[in-house]
Design a protein around this ligand. Structure first.
Ligand code: NAP
Length: 298
C-alpha cells in the first residue's frame, strides 16, 4: 500500500472544509483549493495549505478529493488545462466525494483512467455534523485495490466505509440514500404538523417516537430543528432537489417505478420554487405547513 501522505482537497464548502480539517488532524499534508479563496484560508489556519488553483493544489498530491455540488461542477474541476486530470501525478487516487449522477461518474472514471489516475466515486452521508465529527458513511465505487489503498484517507473522514461495486455504484447507492432521507423528513414533518394540530407536547412525542420503530437518525438530527423552526443549513434543499432529480431520472433509465420518490421529488421541488432552496432540507416542513394552511410562510 502506498503512503498517500499528500492530499489535495478541492471544494471547501459546508462539507469539504471540515473533512479537509479532519485530514489535517489525522496527519495528512492537505492542500486545499476553493473557488472563493477565503475558505482555503480557513484550512490554512487549521494547519493545511491554501492553493490558488486546482493545478497548484493537485501537483504533488497522492490523493485528490473533490467535494463540489453537482455533476457539471465536478466536470469543471477535473477537466480542462487547469483541471485535476491534466495536472495530477500519474497513479494518484482521485476520490469524488460529491453527489453526482451515476452515469456521469462512470464517464469521468473512464476519463480519469485515461489520464493515468485511479478513480473512486465516494459520495458521503451523515450531514455537516458527520463531516465535523469525522463519522460519515462513505459508499465507494471503483476498483477494490484502489478502495483498499484509499482506506487510511477515508478512515480520517468517515466511520462506515463500504466498497459497493465498480465505478458509479457509489453514486447509485447515494441516490437511494437521498430517496430514503427525503421521504423520512417528509414523514417526520407531516407527523409534527399533525401532532401540533392536536396540541400534543411535541417534545415529549418525539422523545417516545424516537425510542420505537419510528425512531431514526433523521428524527434524531432533524426533529429538534423542526420543532425550533431552525432551518439553517446543513444540507440545502436546492442540493436535495438535485439529488431527487438524480434518483428519479436514474430510476426511469433503469425502467423501475418509484411512486413515493416521484411524489417527494415534487414536494422538494416545490420548496425550491417557493424560495426555500437555501434552507436546510428539514425545511421540507415549511412545505407541509403551507399545504395545511397552518403557517405564516404562505
Ligand atoms: P456547498 O457548501 O455549497 O459547497 C460547495 C463547494 O464547492 C463550495 O466551496 C463552492 O465554492 C465549490 N464550488 C461550487 N461550484 C463550483 C465550481 N463549478 N467550480 C469550483 N468550485 C465549485 O455544498 P456542500 O453542502 O458542502 O455539498 C457538497 C457536496 O456534498 C454536494 O454534492 C452535496 O450534495 C454533498 N453532500 C452534502 C451534505 C450536506 O449535509 N451538506 C451531505 C452529504 C453530501 P464557492 O465557495 O466559491 O461557492
Amino acid at each position: 500500500m502506498s503512503e498517500n501522505k499528500n492530499v489535495a482537497f478541492i471544494g471547501l464548502g459546508i462539507m469539504g472544509l471540515p473533512m479537509a480539517k479532519n485530514l489535517v488532524k489525522a496527519g495528512f499534508q492537505v492542500t486545499g483549493y476553493n473557488r472563493s479563496p477565503e475558505k482555503a484560508q480557513d484550512l490554512a489556519s487549521a494547519g493545511g495549505t491554501a492553493a490558488a488553483s486546482v493545478a497548484e493544489a493537485v501537483a504533488n498530491a497522492d490523493v485528490v478529493i473533490t467535494m463540489v455540488p453537482d455533476s457539471p461542477d465536478v466536470e469543471a474541476v477535473v477537466g480542462g488545462a487547469d483541471g485535476v486530470f491534466a495536472n495530477a501525478k500519474k497513479g494518484a487516487l482521485w476520490i469524488d466525494n460529491s453527489t453526482i449522477r451515476p452515469d456521469v461518474a462512470v464517464v469521468l472514471a473512464d476519463d480519469a483512467r485515461a489520464a493515468g489516475l485511479r478513480p473512486l466515486d465516494g459520495p458521503v452521508s451523515g450531514g455537516e455534523a458527520g463531516a465535523i465529527d469525522g463519522v460519515l458513511s462513505i459508499m465507494v465505487g471503483g476498483e477494490k485495490a484502489d478502495f483498499d489503498d484509499a482506506e487510511t484517507v477515508l478512515n480520517a473522514i468517515g466511520k462506515t466505509i463500504v466498497h459497493v461495486g465498480p465505478s458509479g455504484s457509489g453514486q447509485t447507492v447515494k441516490a437511494a440514500n437521498q430517496l430514503i432521507v427525503a421521504s423520512n423528513i417528509q414523514a417526520l414533518s407531516e407527523a409534527v404538523v399533525f401532532l401540533e394540530a392536536y396540541g400534543v407536547d411535541t417534545q415529549a412525542a418525539l422523545a417516545v417516537l424516537g425510542g420505537g420503530l419510528a425512531g431514526s437518525k433523521v428524527l434524531d438530527q432533524k426533529g429538534q430543528k423542526i420543532l425550533d423552526r431552525n432551518f439553517d443549513p446543513g444540507f440545502r434543499l436546492a442540493l436535495h432537489h438535485k439529488d431527487m432529480g438524480i434518483v428519479t431520472s436514474a430510476a426511469r433509465e433503469a425502467g423501475v417505478v418509484l411512486p413515493l420518490g416521484a411524489l417527494v421529488a415534487q414536494l422538494v421541488a416545490s420548496t425550491v420554487a417557493t424560495g426555500d432552496g437555501s434552507l436546510d432540507h428539514s425545511g421540507l416542513f415549511r412545505g407541509v405547513e403551507r399545504l395545511s394552511g397552518s403557517s405564516d410562510n404562505k
